[in-house]
Design a protein around this ligand. Structure first.
Ligand code: NZQ
Ligand code: ZN
Length: 382
């Protein structure tokens, strides 16, 4: 195994009614000023906003709202939140939403306590922020990214056309109530769950020794994710499946699968840059790209693909594993072509060339790609 340091910084409160049961006690132990952060308004329609503002009011908190956090959150939006946090002397940021809200707030918490430009510090100078961030809590309404249990945040710099991973403190606590996810549109349920599957696969396909216990756990997380997604294909509101998917989401990105190993994550690099140029949905972009990427690397890791095929899809052979994954993506109704993605710009070969050339090429997958090969993968998805 690779050397590692492991700790859980986030306390998780899981289950139906978790917010009303646990949030009052958490709030009693923090200062008076809370920044309530959320996205485009789904929490006002499904009752979560009403429930949380009631709890905050009963706790005597002064609440400042930070709304309109978009999917693929931008660094400009981070600055807006940081300004609000500073002006209102915020003691706790409560991020209510999916990965986008949680990620935006992670960087808000770090940006609010420094005058330095965090994009420049982290992405250009490759330094970590030194000041302690404002404490952050997450109330998850869309699972899949696992953002609630790690310190990474994926932020889009629109000027630089880069969607990149920044680092800040992980949330101190996370409320995971599967019933909060019941109002999600069907496509987001499946794209979020596919993101979880992707995280486990991207971790598994990093080069590492073959007897790593983390691989066994990753395969179990993949299998459970697929089984529960299939349950939701039959009954979208199945509480047990929603619960399992909410927890596999956290498991896939809380670091436990990465213990003692290196990871791949090249497909995420491709999707992030596609997102930077097109603003596409993260899980949908991954679903479309994975089979094409895996067809490029299947001969570089045949035993690992075979093992995945057996454990997750019950098929024999490396190529059969990739075929089974592709068939599963279709079964879930996830996009298989670039034309099926929502994009803010027209997707042309010229655009794809620019996207491909901007993708980070990582060294730890079965084989390091070239920019030309990334371009080929995009073109195969047209
Ligand atoms: O904005 P609102 O109105 O809330 O609507 C959101 C949004 O349109 C909606 N939604 C969320 N909860 C809902 C709901 N609609 C109805 N009922 C609910 N209960 O869902 C839409 C998508 O939300 P978003 O947060 O954008 O989705 P997701 O959770 O997939 O997050 C995607 C972002 O996370 C990043 C992605 O790159 C992307 O920017 N990631 C973060 C990671 C991390 N920090 O560890 C890892 C991932 O690989 C990923 O890169
Ligand atoms: Zn992801």
């Amino acid at each position: 195994m690779e050397n590692f340091v492991y700790e859980y910084p986030t306390k998780v409160y899981f289950g139906k009614g978790a917010a009303s049961q646990h949030l009052p006690g958490i709030l009693a132990a923090c200062g008076p000023n809370v920044l309530l952060a959320y996205g485009g308004g789904s929490i006002k329609k499904n009752g979560v906003y009403g429930e949380l503002t009631g709890i905050l009011k009963a706790a005597g908190k002064t609440v400042t709202e930070f709304s309109g956090i978009m999917s693929n959150p931008t660094f400009a939006k981070v600055q807006e939140g940081a300004r609000l946090a500073r002006e209102n002397k915020i003691d706790l940021v409560l991020a209510v939403g999916g990965g986008s809200v949680v990620d935006c707030c992670k960087i808000v918490c770090a940006q609010a306590v420094t005058d330095e430009d965090l994009w420049d510090l982290e992405m250009v100078q490759h330094k970590a922020p030194s000041a302690s961030p404002i404490p952050l809590g997450a109330v998850v309404t869309a699972s899949g990214t696992g953002a609630e249990m790690n310190g990474g945040a994926v932020i889009t710099n629109e000027d630089a056309k880069i969607k990149g991973g920044m680092f800040a403190a992980a949330p101190r606590f996370a409320i995971l109530d599967p019933t909060y996810t019941l109002s999600l549109p069907r496509m987001q349920v499946f794209s979020g769950a596919f993101d979880t599957l992707s995280h486990a696969m991207e971790t598994y396909f990093g080069r590492s020794d073959r007897d790593n216990v983390s691989d066994e756990v990753a395969l179990a997380v993949m299998h459970s994710t697929v089984v529960n997604m299939r349950t939701l294909l039959q009954d979208l509101d199945d509480y047990t499946a929603r619960s399992n998917l909410m927890w596999t989401s956290a498991m896939a990105e809380n670091g436990i699968l990465k213990v003692g190993r290196v990871t791949d994550f090249e497909c995420h690099q491709m999707e992030h840059q596609l997102g930077a140029y097109t603003d596409c949905n993260h899980g949908q972009g991954l679903a479309m790209l994975h089979p094409a990427y895996y067809r490029h690397i299947v001969k570089d890791a045949p035993e690992m693909f075979t093992r995945l095929g057996q454990a997750v899809f019950g098929v024999e052979g490396a190529e059969a594993a990739v075929d089974a994954l592709a068939a599963f993506i279709q079964e879930c109704g996830l996009p298989t072509k670039l034309t099926e993605l929502r994009s803010k710009v027209e997707i042309t070969p010229d655009l794809l060339r620019q996207v491909a050339d901007s993708v980070n090429l990582l060294p730890n997958g079965p084989r390091q790609l070239t920019h030309d090969e990334v371009y080929d993968i995009f073109m195969e998805c047209l």
